[in-house]
Design a protein. Structure first.
Length: 212
């Protein structure tokens, strides 16, 4: 039996094994519930080639933790620079015109190129602070290395407090990426499943735990 998303009161957790498309407001993505590598999951595919996100209807998030199992890989026929970009957007505002995002580049995790490996994780804040501006103005500050494998299930967790966010991967005790100056400030907004250009992405066991 397929699980359904349960958005509860702000002081409680939100949980879903696979978020049904009816609970998502998908932007430029196709959504479906599938079984992927033994898990029931939400599959999001990049329909138009530019990536996008799927807002979780009814969600509201300021501080707390967002946990999910995710997998990303370049879609068939994707452009050469596709990396399987996959992550979570949070504090999404104004229907998606502004948001914070922390995502992974799975094909970079085991690349035979240290520069690429050091670009395995990424923070961005749209629209004013895209990844390339952050890299150019603050090299190495908003991205980092973590071991990743394209298409494999990966445990992902972000902890957000005020203008600080930490990314934990593979249930590690220490964060692999720390952002101390979230560009939208101490804001409130929705949660979304985020997919970059040329990517097939899968999400399972989403859990949102607001901070008391």
């Amino acid at each position: 039996m397929k699980s359904i998303l349960c958005i509860l009161l702000p002081s409680m957790a939100a949980w879903a094994q696979a978020v049904p498309p009816a609970n998502l407001d998908a932007r430029k993505l196709d959504a479906a519930v599938v079984t992927y590598l033994g898990k029931e999951a939400t599959r999001l595919t990049d329909r138009e080639g530019g990536g996008g996100f799927a807002l979780i209807k009814g969600s509201s998030f300021k501080d707390g933790a967002i946990e999910v199992e995710l997998a990303g890989k370049p879609s068939a026929g994707a452009f050469a620079g596709a990396r399987g970009f996959v992550g979570i957007a949070f504090r999404v505002q104004n229907g998606g015109s502004k948001y914070e995002c922390i995502y992974l580049r799975p094909t970079n995790g085991r690349a035979d190129d240290m520069a690429r490996r050091n670009h395995s994780t990424q923070y961005a804040s749209e629209p004013e602070w895209p990844w390339d501006r952050l890299r150019n103005e603050s090299p190495g500050v908003y991205e980092s290395y973590v071991d990743l494998e394209a298409g494999a299930w990966t445990r992902y967790k972000i902890v957000v407090t005020g203008t600080r966010a930490e990314l934990y991967v593979h249930e590690a005790a220490q964060p692999c990426l720390i952002v101390k100056d979230l560009k939208l400030g101490d804001a409130v907004g929705s949660v979304a499943l985020w997919v970059g250009p040329g990517t097939d992405a899968y999400f399972a066991n989403l859990k949102v735990t607001p901070m008391p």
